[in-house]
Design a protein around this ligand. Sequence first.
Ligand code: HEM
Length: 410
Amino acid sequence: MTHHTQTRDQDTTATPLAFPVARQCPYHPPSAYTELQDRSGLRQVRLWDGQVAWLVTRYADFRAVLKDRRFSADTRHPNFPNPNPGMQIARGKYRAFVSMDEPEHNRHRRMLTAEFSRKRIETLRPCIQTIIDELVTDLLAGPRPVDFMRCVALPFPSQVICLMLGVPYEAHDFFQERAAVLVSTTSTLEEAALASHELIDVYLSDLIDQKIAQPQDDIISRLVVGPLAHDDLDKGELLAMTRLLLVAGHETTANTITLSILTLLRHPEQLAALRENPSLLPQAVSELLRYLDPTQGGRRRVASEDVMIGGQWIRAGEAVVALNHVADRDAAQFPDPHRFDIHRAPSYHLAFGDGIHQCLGQVLAQVEIEMALATVLRRIPSLRLAVPLEELEFLDERVVYGMRAMPITW
Ligand code: HEM
């Protein structure tokens, strides 16, 4: 636990607010966060393990923090604000480039930029379309009602990244269960340590050995015959990188797709406009990402020097949690920010973060969301929820927001 002295601009001089605060409404971030935007924008909060951090809520402040190299993403820092025990373990032992600063970060990330470039993702479109089409075909052939999350939204990005990495999809139950333990805020340190061991030290380690023995046409094999063989990467670093790629795009993309369908069903006139004019899809996806912005655990950093943000000094060694989902509802940037509007003028949303760690998989994610929405809307014209809205169960305690299930029928 760390102790900090109170600084000026505290909203309440009393003890820091406990973070996270529960949502009052499933479709909007808690007002305890958005209200801060009208005041100083910043506020100290107390995290799950007792640590104190600065909450950043304004759009401009968010971008200032994420673009400033004096804020470190290095999880080895004793004050690094870990979101949960699982992350602490996974990032401590196998630190991937999401938890590195420059120049180390760029040395790792650039080994992958071509793999996730617009050019490469465009060549994958036919494979991605086949995957979503098969899932929808199976859905339509099966019983109704059915959970859209389990049957379409989760397997879709999972099959795509498995194909790209060269990980057998049959193992998905195994690694999804381990990954879920690692991202859950309710896992104990022991559970997280076991999940991390089984996923990384055993499963992924064996897989990499297989690729070393018999390289194939996939990302892991290219990393094995390239950087690993040339000593630009050691096996521990490759394991950390593989784990990051395997888990980073599942829950995020799956929950965005599911919440996107829900949002469109809740706004039937916009859904109708989209069905009528599919060329609106890219701007609709951009607005869905702004409005839903599912990574509600925030971007975590530690100040390596004293930095002034929004008129507040953040001192060297102090922790920061910058909330993209709240900054994306800042009225100073987005007029009427809580209104979902696919006709909104295109804007720069923060769902993929900002600065050097901005999502490596963002082109892939956008293509997946677009293709999933286009395919589902076209092939299931009478799609509707199978339960009343009030019965949907939202998972507010996770770092990635979502639903336990979304029962649908048609
Ligand atoms: C809707 C889906 C997605 C959302 C909302 C999302 C969001 C984010 C955010 C907010 C960050 C910044 C982390 C930080 O600054 O602390 C990030 C980084 C990252 N994302 Fe995504 N992501 C999505 C899909 C994907 C996919 C499909 C992949 C593919 C593997 C991916 C791979 C990564 C990687 C590797 C990083 C670390 C980049 C770095 O540190 O340089 N993401 N993502």
